[in-house]
Design a protein around this ligand. Sequence first.
Ligand code: PEP
Ligand code: MG
Length: 549
Amino acid sequence: MAEVVSLSGIGVCAGIAAGPLLRIADVPALPPPAAAADPEAEVARATAALAEVVADLERRAGRAGDETVAEVLRAEALMAGDEALLDGVREHVEDGADAVHAVDRAFGAYREVFEAAGGYLAERVADLDDLRNRAVAVLLGLPMPGVPQPGHPYVLAAKDLAPADTADLDPALVLALVTEAGGPTSHTAILARALGLPAVVACPGVLDVAEGTLVLVDGASGRVDAGIDEAAAEAARQGASEVVAAAAAFTGPGRTSDGYEVKLLANVGSVKNVPAADEVNAEGIGLFRTELLFLDRGQEPGHDEQVAAYRDVFAAMAGRRVVIRTLDAGADKPLPFLNQEGEPNPALGIRGLRIARQRPQVLATQLAAIAEARSQTGADVWVMAPMVSTLAEATTFAAAVRDAGLPKAGVMIEVPAAALRAADLLQVVDFLSIGTNDLSQYAFAADRMCGALADLLDPWQPALLQLIGICGAAGRATGKPVGVCGEAASDPGLAPILVGLGVTSLSMSPRAIPPVRAALAGRTADDCRRLAELAVAAPDATEARKLVA
Ligand code: PEP
Ligand code: MG
């Protein structure tokens, strides 16, 4: 029997799947340059090819069952139809390039700009490459590269998925996603969560696995076993379907088997995500990422526009808790209107609440808009700030929230200094919410976008759990809520441990809620505490998982 090869990456959507691995079709190779005899004709060919790519993306957006997917596709169509891109193509044709090479070079120039910008824009490079490949394929008369359609279930492997690929994914056929590149915020991660597909990103070696090899994907641990036999695949499928069936059997509020309540909340970016939260009976929203509404803005959004956006979410969640986070701009989420360019190290720079040091009016405007939206809807609104490091920051923020007439002020715990001082912070705020994505990044000095450091960003790292435990203990001592709203909350294996550490709510992408609800229902509160002790005492993340299993 062939040997099983274990690969590992970052698990970004929990769940187990097994099936044959297939790759995205190869990108078209460029032919040697041809002399462009008729520049006008070359420009016309390129224009028609880009128009066809735009039309194709719009068709896919129309077909996409998921609004997040459709929106991403429309954004790609806008990029492909950009006038400046066409101007670039024209210039390259004037310099003597044929249509194919002019398109290739025009996209190449954009690519360089995006890469140099870093952060969010650098992650959009995969979108540009996808558009370029599609336009080149049209010009060469080849089928557009994309997702295989073998007519049977399979695990899809790719370097990094582009939005256009994901729109073609039929969740009934695609069992799981594995990409060699990408990070926790890549499109693959975002869309896998929207579709509820087990997914592993930043998994080196996956593209070397031969087509058709049976693989097992664990979207929680990030493990991919290649070369398993049919019996092992069948056992994994059986186990996975039992887990899904068991999860579906639990529908009520989150609680342990002995009735200890743990609120299960949804992470949203806008009102569009609310139906998904309702589908899984989320008890409220634990993280409303307001910056996602304004990522493309050259101008600061005004009071009325903000009121409308917040009111939509508050009204849709009528009667339930909505934890809204003030703008978390900077680093991986730059907001153009804040002009934050030029920082040597943006993740350690003026981001999150720190922006209020320089632009206090931005925070004041947002708090006033939140207060107005709340008064129009009567929602149970809690407000929190991202990237808080000190008691002084928490004190100032809580005062600003109360001055705006808002009743509940909290802070996110994303910086180790804040975790260490959780008890002090709880003297001045009403709740804490632990952002494990950033807390990992800062505790381990490991860029959260860096796939090569996946092991350091593993939420099972005992040092991370220890920091969470400090916050949980402070919450227990003061009787105030301490939630987790980073990706760690969506790992069903980790959920009981977080609860054992004193966490009182877990907030995650909606599709992750049923397995987490089931995982909690299978443990007593005492079990959770015992497992938490084991995990924190473990020497490393791998050992922590083993001990708990
Ligand atoms: C986090 O850092 O864990 C978090 C929830 O915030 P974001 O991922 O939006 O930075
Ligand atoms: Mg964060």
